[in-house]
Ligand binder design. Structure first.
Ligand code: ARG
Length: 403
């Protein structure tokens, strides 16, 4: 691949991506670096980030507000899919990557750039997600990944940046590596690298410690339409506001903390702490509403495909034929997922305590009751079980007597 002249760089304002700017120009002979920073609701000072890119030598610095598509087009499908990687992690970081990569490609097209770049290192999942997405959307664009190639230590990176006026972070650096967006926080490294080390309270930021969470329980009603959360406690809210509201309610009660060992795409096990209060709350409520409104065979099949959906998203295949086909299945399954789930928040727990669906509940009291209203025909159970258990009895007749 020849040299790229004009490159759009995914920019976060951190040391690595800042150093990428002079590095791309000097070591890769790139003429113009355009920095792109995504607003995903992380609450960064985006104007400051914008200026920082320019002072590091970017010819232009673009900030894109991606909060709405992030929630509507990435978080909501994940809720409909009950997506939990390895049964635990709700993909709060992973979901942002295909969106950033898609925007990077869009900007490159608009500006007639011939390349894109990111500052991910070679050990994480994010490089995989960026590279795979960019390859799927724009296989012709040159992809440059300086931080994966430069082989500099943190100190060397800072020293390199200082030559170009990039000021290292002044505050005494906290030991953690943190990724933050509206769906949650991911925290790793520092003392957390010992998987037996109890995370100290300074790891957390958007959820209360259960020691300080209210002593009184709080009930939360989540209303879903076609599998999408649309109201909390009878208040209709747009998707972004729903996530914010769910975050603050669940976070206040200390719900949504995870401490897990997960398997990265590159074969490494890592220990990560997550705070994803709203997303976990909404997934839990959604799962429960599906239990009420979907038949058993559909639930079982969906359960297996959900796992695969989460794997694909974790592993970088948001834009892939299999993911698209699974979306078709999942979306088709959601028409009847309408109703309300009541959750009790208390001291780090979010327990389902009620569910209802006016038009789609498959729970028929006349069938399930043990009272006098019982409409279930007990006699037909006998014939059913005769047939149901026939293979087991035949097996025993033929084989057990010979042992
Ligand atoms: N392990 C998570 C993922 O792959 C989060 C990665 C970023 N974490 C961080 N602490 N910087 O999606």
């Amino acid at each position: 691949m020849g040299k790229a002249q004009k490159v759009v760089l995914a920019y976060s304002g951190g040391v690595d991506t800042s150093v990428c700017i002079p590095y791309l120009k000097k070591e890769y002979g790139v003429e113009e670096v355009i920095a792109f920073a995504a607003d995903l609701g992380q609450g960064d000072e985006l104007d400051a980030i914008k200026r920082k890119a320019i002072s590091a030598g970017a010819s232009d610095s673009i900030v894109g507000d991606l909060v709405k598509p992030f929630i509507e087009d990435f978080a909501f499908p994940a809720i409909r899919a009950n997506a939990l990687y390895q049964g635990k992690y709700p993909l709060s970081t992973a979901l942002a990557r295909p969106l950033i990569a898609r925007k990077l490609v869009e900007i490159a097209r608009e500006l007639n750039a011939d390349g894109v770049a990111h500052g991910c290192t070679g050990k994480g999942n994010d490089q995989v997600r960026f590279d795979v997405t960019i390859g799927a959307l724009a296989p012709d664009l040159k992809l440059i990944t300086p931080a994966r190639e430069w082989g500099m230590s943190r100190e060397e990176t800072i020293a390199y940046g200082e030559k170009f006026g990039i000021v290292p972070p002044v505050s005494k650096k906290n030991p953690y590596s943190i990724d933050l967006n509206l769906l949650g926080r991911s925290v790793e490294a520092g003392p957390l690298e010992d998987p037996f080390e109890i995370p100290s309270e300074d790891v957390f930021d958007i959820t209360s410690s259960i020691l300080h969470a209210p002593d009184e329980p709080e009930m939360v009603d989540v209303l879903f339409e076609n599998g999408n959360p649309v109201a909390i406690n009878d208040q209709k809210l747009d998707p972004v506001s729903i996530i914010k509201k769910a975050n603050s309610l669940a976070g206040k009660h200390g719900f949504g903390r995870l401490d897990i060992i997960e398997d990265r795409v590159v074969g490494i096990k890592s220990r990560e702490i997550y705070e994803t209060p709203g997303l976990l709350l909404l997934i839990r409520a959604h799962q429960e509403l599906e239990s009420l409104t979907l038949p058993a065979d559909l639930l079982n099949t969906k359960f297996k495909l959900e796992r695969q959906w989460a794997d694909l998203v974790y592993q970088g295949f948001w834009f892939s034929p299999l993911k698209e086909a699974l979306d078709g299945f999942i979306n088709c399954s959601q028409k009847q997922v309408n109703g309300t789930v009541k959750i009790r928040l208390l001291k780090g727990n979010a327990d389902v305590v009620g569910r209802k669906s006016k038009n789609n509940s498959l729970y028929i009291s006349d069938m399930s009751t043990y009272g006098v209203e019982d409409k279930f025909n007990h006699k037909s159970a006998e014939g059913f079980i005769y047939v149901w258990g026939l293979p087991s009895r035949i097996w025993s007749w033929i084989n057990k007597s010979k042992n």
